[in-house]
Design a protein around this ligand. Structure first.
Ligand SMILES: NC(=O)c1ccc[n+]([C@@H]2O[C@H](COP(=O)([O-])OP(=O)(O)OC[C@H]3O[C@@H](n4cnc5c(N)ncnc54)[C@H](O)[C@@H]3O)[C@@H](O)[C@H]2O)c1
Length: 273
C-alpha cells in the first residue's frame, strides 16, 4: 500500500452523510494518506446523519453549507482558508438529490420546480463551488477538483429519471470549468463515473437491487465499491495525476464499454426456466 500520498495537502469534502456515503470512504482514505480536510454538508444532513463521528475519527472540522447557496459557499471557503492558513489543494463534490426520484414521479410526469431543484443540487452546485473557489483564488496550482457522476449521463437507464440529465450537465460543467481553471490557475477538474453503490442516495433509485445485480453481471471486473472509488479519488487528488483534467473517468469495472455479457445472458435465460 502506498503511503503519505496526500501528506501536506488540505481540502474540502462535500457529501458525507453516513458510513455508507462515498464521501465518507474518501475522507477515511484521505486521512490514511495524511491529508487534512474540512467536511461539509447541509445543516439537516449534519443533524440526521453521523458526520460528527467521521470528524472525530479524522480530526477534521465540520462546516455547514447548502451547496446551492453562494453565501454559504463563500463562508465555507473563508473559514476553510482560515483553518489551513491559506489556499487548499483539493475539493470533492459528492452531492446528489432528485425530489422527482425521491417521490417516485415518472419522467413523463415530471414536476418542473422539482426538476430545477434536481439540477441545482446535483449539477449547478458543482459550478457554484468552482466559481466561489476560482474568484477567491482558494486552490493552489496543481490543485484537484473531483465530482461523482454516473453512466446515466451517456446512456438511458430506466428509473434514474432526471438524475441522468443532471449528471450530463455535471460532466459538461466539469469540462467547461476545467478548461478555464486549467488555463488560468493550473487546477485539474474531473468527474468520476462510479458503479451503482448501496448508499442512501443510491437506494432512492427505483429498482436499485436489480440494477446492482445487472451491473455486476455486465461488468467483467464486477461493480466498483465505495472503498475502491475512494482509492481512485485519492489518486486524483495526488501529484501522480497532475496532467489529467477535463475528463469523465469511468470507475465501473468495465460496465460502460460493454454491450452484452455471458453472465447477464445466463441470468436472463434462467428467468425462463
Ligand atoms: N450510490 C450510487 O449508486 C452512485 C453511483 C454513481 C454516482 N453517485 C454519486 O455519488 C455522489 C454521492 O452520493 P452517495 O451515493 O454517496 O449518497 P449519499 O446519500 O451518501 O450522499 C449524497 C449527499 O448529498 C448531500 N446533499 C444533498 N443536497 C445537498 C445540498 N443542497 N448541499 C450540500 N450537500 C447536499 C447529502 O446530504 C448527502 O450527504 C452523488 O453525486 C451521487 O449521484 C452515486
Amino acid at each position: 500500500m502506498v503511503k503519505d500520498l496526500l501528506k501536506g495537502k488540505n481540502g474540502i469534502i462535500f457529501g458525507a452523510l453516513n458510513d455508507k456515503s462515498i464521501a465518507w470512504k474518501v475522507a477515511e482514505r484521505a486521512h490514511e494518506q495524511r491529508a487534512g480536510f474540512v467536511l461539509s454538508n447541509t445543516p439537516v444532513s449534519i443533524r440526521m446523519g453521523t458526520i460528527d463521528q467521521l470528524a472525530d475519527k479524522t480530526g477534521s472540522t465540520v462546516i455547514a453549507a447548502d451547496a446551492t447557496s453562494t453565501d454559504d459557499l463563500n463562508n465555507l471557503f473563508e473559514q476553510t482558508m482560515e483553518i489551513f492558513g491559506g489556499k487548499i489543494d483539493f475539493i470533492l463534490h459528492s452531492i446528489g438529490m432528485s425530489p422527482n426520484v425521491r417521490k417516485g414521479i415518472p419522467y413523463t410526469d415530471i414536476n418542473y420546480p422539482n426538476f430545477s431543484k434536481t439540477l441545482d443540487i446535483s449539477a449547478l452546485s458543482f459550478h457554484k463551488i468552482m466559481q466561489t473557489s476560482y474568484h477567491m483564488d482558494a486552490l493552489k496550482e496543481w490543485g484537484s477538483i473531483v465530482a461523482l457522476s454516473y453512466v446515466a449521463a451517456q446512456k438511458t437507464l430506466s428509473g434514474y429519471n432526471d438524475m441522468g440529465d443532471a449528471k450530463a450537465l455535471l460532466e459538461s460543467i466539469g469540462r467547461s470549468f476545467g478548461y478555464v481553471y486549467g488555463r488560468d490557475k493550473k487546477v485539474r477538474v474531473n468527474t468520476v463515473s462510479q458503479s451503482p453503490t448501496p448508499t442512501t442516495a443510491g437506494s432512492g433509485v427505483k429498482g436499485i437491487d436489480t440494477l446492482l445485480d445487472f451491473s455486476e453481471r455486465m461488468s467483467p471486473l464486477g461493480n466498483a465499491t465505495a472503498e475502491e472509488a475512494a482509492d481512485f479519488i485519492v489518486l486524483l487528488f495526488s501529484d501522480l495525476t497532475r496532467k489529467v483534467t477535463m475528463q469523465n473517468l469511468y470507475h465501473d469495472g468495465g460496465f460502460s464499454s460493454m454491450g452484452m455479457s455471458n453472465r447477464a445472458i445466463e441470468q436472463y435465460s434462467k428467468s425462463f426456466d
